[in-house]
Structure formats: structure tokens, C-alpha cells
Design a protein around this ligand. Structure first.
Ligand SMILES: Cc1cc2nc3c(=O)[nH]c(=O)nc-3n(C[C@H](O)[C@H](O)[C@H](O)COP(=O)(O)O)c2cc1C
Length: 207
């Protein structure tokens, strides 16, 4: 099974980085598989540590994909790292093995500490639709335009029917990105989304 999460890492120079990643559970291992190039990959190589954050706030996924990476972070509890200040739970992990690959290495990690911060509040179709649309947005340069248009139109139904404020805001960011991509405009740097270190706000590189 793949869990859609937010991975937070520290680069070799201590700069925090935040990015959505699908995590695969393989036996005891939690596998993070970044496509090259990736700041998360560089950080895992340099430090061998990460925090896997579990969140029901779909804005994190849409935000990271549209350059809004300035989400509040706090120090991790047992590893040298950072975690989302606001999440349902987080797992602090250490890399135990790397499956080398020129395209997409697989970092096998072990959970060394976990904390639950809030109970899961239930499934929401709009949040799931936002995550699907965020994945679509990370592949705009690879996909036929008709597929993007068709899938966004389908996902919009769940957003229209079931979204709350957070999901509507996230959907707006992704819709803007798709429209700008269609118009051939380069992504622009969005305004800050919250109180956080300015060096977390950096232009988005699509995967
Ligand atoms: C839900 C979701 C899951 C993702 N999973 C992966 C993944 O497993 N591997 C990957 O390389 N990118 C994945 N991406 C895209 C990355 O988050 C994005 O390209 C990111 O910027 C990675 O590069 P970075 O480490 O330089 O930030 C995912 C995006 C979303 C929205």
C-alpha cells in the first residue's frame, strides 16, 4: 500500500525542505522513492534521516506542488530534523538501506520514533480529489492535455460537492497552475501561506 504523506528533511547545510511523497510499506521498512533530481533525495543521501508527516490538510499537497512550501515547522523529537507543526501524526525515520537507481533510488527507512497529535477526522472526497489533482499537476509536462482536462473536470465534481474551505483553497491553487501551464506561462512565486522561515519558500520544480 502507498500512503500519501509530507516528507520533511534537512539538507547538508541544515536547510529544511518539505515535499509530498508516496511512502510504500515493505515489511518493517518505509520506502521513500524520489525521482532524480530531488532535494529530498539529496537530503536523505546527506543525513540519512527524514520525518514522514501524516496530514488531512490537502493544502500541503497542493501548496508544495504550486510553490507554497512555507508551512510552519518545529524540531523533531529524537532525530536531528524538522516536522510539520500541524499534523495528525509523524514518524521520525532513519535510512537503513538504499536501492541505488539512476532514475529513482529507493530509500528503505525504519521508524525510530512516532507521535500522534490529533485523531483522524474522517475521509473527505474533496481532499482525496485535491491529492489526485496535485499528482496530475506534478506530471503536466508528461501528460496529454486531453487527459489533464478530463481528469480535472472529473475531480472537480467531488470538490464542488464536498469541499470545505481548505480543500477549496487548495483546488484553486491547482486550477491556477493548470490554467497557467495551458497558457504557457512559467509558474510564479505565490504569496506566503503562513508564518515560517522564508528560505522554505522556493520556486517549484515539477517532478
Ligand atoms: C501525493 C503526491 C505524491 C508524490 N510522490 C512522489 C514520489 O513518490 N516520488 C517523487 O519523486 N515525487 C513524488 N511526488 C512529486 C514530488 O512531491 C515533487 O516532485 C517534489 O518537488 C519532489 O522533489 P524535491 O524533493 O526536490 O522537492 C508526489 C507528489 C504528490 C502530490
Amino acid at each position: 500500500m502507498i500512503l500519501e504523506t509530507i516528507v520533511t528533511t534537512l539538507g547538508a547545510d541544515g536547510t529544511p525542505h518539505i515535499a509530498p511523497f508516496g511512502i510504500t510499506r515493505t515489511g518493517e521498512d518505509l520506502v521513500i522513492a524520489p525521482f532524480r533530481p530531488s532535494l529530498t533525495l539529496n537530503a536523505l543521501d546527506a543525513t540519512g534521516r527524514a520525518v514522514i508527516n501524516l496530514t488531512d490538510d490537502a493544502r500541503l499537497f497542493a501548496g508544495c506542488l504550486t510553490g507554497r512550501r512555507d508551512w510552519p515547522l518545529v524540531p523533531a523529537t529524537v532525530i536531528a530534523g524538522v516536522r510539520l507543526a500541524d499534523s495528525l501524526a509523524h514518524w521520525e525515520v532513519e535510512v537503513v538501506r538504499v536501492e541505488a537507481d539512476p532514475v529513482r533510488p529507493r530509500f528503505h527507512c525504519r521508524n525510530v520514533h512516532e507521535e500522534t497529535h490529533r485523531p483522524f477526522g474522517g475521509h473527505n472526497r474533496a481532499a482525496a480529489a485535491v491529492i489526485e489533482a496535485a499528482i496530475l499537476c506534478s506530471r503536466l509536462h508528461l501528460l496529454p492535455w486531453e487527459k489533464v482536462e478530463r481528469e480535472m473536470a472529473y475531480l472537480a465534481i467531488a470538490v464542488e460537492k464536498t469541499a470545505g474551505d481548505r480543500e477549496r483553497e487548495a483546488w484553486g491553487w491547482l486550477s491556477e497552475r493548470v490554467t497557467a501551464f495551458r497558457a504557457g506561462k512559467p509558474p510564479t512565486q505565490p504569496p506566503a501561506t503562513g508564518a515560517a522561515a522564508p528560505d522554505l519558500a522556493k520556486p517549484q520544480a515539477l517532478s
